[in-house]
Design a protein around this ligand. Structure first.
Ligand code: NZQ
Ligand code: ZN
Length: 398
């Protein structure tokens, strides 16, 4: 096990009716609030009204920043920073999915930075301080509610980059599974694929002997796989939503990654798809993941035993031939995404008809993701291109 520091001070308020605690929580940080939210789902579901009623007019000064896009944009961040400064706001209340919380994080950090906020995305070293963030998470997926990361897009430069900072970790996250009842099936599936991808990115690594991290990851994968068909059939099943929500939080709060070495593979590639085509993060990951798994198995026989372990522990496969079990596990992963989650499994189906930008995206992914040396199986630009080209066709061989 590698040395690590794990520092995750987020105060989690999990369960039903916890918003009764919102006023007390916010007042610890101040009563001048920037309320950040997305395209309006919180108005349709009634959550916005509930929050405004709880905050009342006399106790809080609330300034709103709405319209945060999925794949949040740097312009929204700049606007948020302007509002905080102009209105002398003290705390951010982010209400939404990963996009809203990520935008809130970079706003919080940007308040203390004199230059342009995009600098903080390109170079996280510049992130020195931040105003406090409280969030009400509405979608199980990213884990942003209990980590220090944020991912922001810049449409002008066609970049989507991750940044991070210790100060960006939310102070308090409200996780109420009932709030996720209204997440539409496609976003529910995308969130599940994202959670699984986080677990895969951490599980497939070269560090030997990390039983704790491996067993935690496998346990979370099993919980996700078991509860996915339940929520898709019965979106208001409390326990199934609760399990998916808590699994998505734990999948990316450091628990499964600390002590492992190595960089990620599918995320840097997906971030290029989102940067160039603005597709949904979890959908892009579902498309890339089984092709990436096949790439690993095809190109590096030392990966066969770990993929076979994954097949045996997660998909209950057996057999002595590691490569055969590994390939069967990839096939089952692909069909889980396609048949259980109903995710369109080719790029053409998500509106990317041409492969003209594949080379460009591959170059950027290798550069931003340190893919040539960091990940489980290192990837050259040509390797990434080949994986992306595979994503245009249904998978027939595994
Ligand atoms: O914008 P609104 O109207 O709120 O609608 C959203 C949005 O259209 C909707 N939604 C959210 N909660 C809902 C709901 N609709 C009905 N009922 C609810 N309760 O869902 C849509 C997607 O929301 P979004 O926030 O974009 O989804 P997600 O949570 O999957 O976040 C994706 C973003 O997070 C980044 C991704 O790259 C992407 O930009 N990530 C952040 C990470 C992190 N900070 O650690 C790690 C991840 O790997 C990921 O990269
Ligand atoms: Zn992700």
């Amino acid at each position: 096990m590698e040395n690590f520091r794990m520092y995750v001070p987020t105060d989690i308020r999990f369960g039903k009716n916890r918003l009764t605690e919102l006023e007390e929580v916010l007042l610890k940080y101040g009563n001048r609030v920037l309320l950040v939210y997305g395209g309006g789902s919180i108005k349709k579901t009634g959550l916005y009204d509930e929050i405004m009623t709880k905050l009342g007019k006399d106790k809080f000064h609330v300034v709103e920043l709405s319209g945060i896009n999925p794949n949040p944009r740097i312009d929204s961040v700049r606007e948020g920073i302007r509002l905080v400064r102009e209105e002398k706001l003290e705390v951010i209340l982010a209400v939404g999915g990963g996009s809203v919380v990520d935008a809130a994080k970079v706003i919080a950090g940007g308040v203390y930075y004199e230059g342009d906020a995009w600098d903080l995305v390109v170079d996280s070293e510049k992130m020195e301080n931040a105003i406090p963030i409280v969030d009400i998470l509405t979608l199980a997926a990213t884990g942003t509610e209990m980590n220090r990361n944020a991912v922001i897009s810049n449409p002008e430069t066609q970049e989507k980059l991750g940044t991070s900072g210790w100060e960006l970790i939310p102070k308090v996250s409200f996780l109420d599974p009932t709030i996720t009842f209204t997440v539409p099936p496609v976003q529910t599936s995308a969130g599940i694929a994202d959670t699984l991808s986080h677990l895969f990115e951490q599980y497939f690594n070269r560090t030997e002997g990390n039983d704790v991290q491996n067993f935690l990851s496998e346990g979370l994968m099993q919980a996700v796989i078991k509860n996915s068909p339940v929520v898709l059939q019965d979106p208001e099943n409390y326990d199934a939503r609760a399990n998916l929500l808590w699994a998505s939080t734990l999948a990316l709060n450091g628990l499964c990654s600390k002590g492992n070495s190595g960089a990620w593979s599918c995320h840097p590639i997906e971030h290029e798809l989102s940067a160039y085509y603005d597709i949904t993060h979890g959908i892009g990951l579902a498309i890339i993941t089984p092709r990436w798994m096949k790439f690993c198995i095809d190109n590096d026989s030392s990966t066969h035993s770990k993929f076979a372990l994954y097949g045996k522990n997660i998909w209950k496969l057996d057999g002595d031939n590691d490569e055969a079990v590994a390939r069967k596990a990839v096939e089952l992963t692909y069909h889980f995404f396609k048949d259980i989650l109903s995710i369109p499994m080719t790029l053409s189906e998500v509106g990317i008809q041409s492969d003209a930008l594949v080379n460009e995206m591959a170059k950027q992914a290798v550069l931003h993701g340190n893919l040539e040396s960091g990940p489980y199986v290192p990837m050259s630009i040509e390797n990434v291109e080949a994986v992306l080209l595979d994503c245009f066709m249904e998978m027939a061989e595994f």
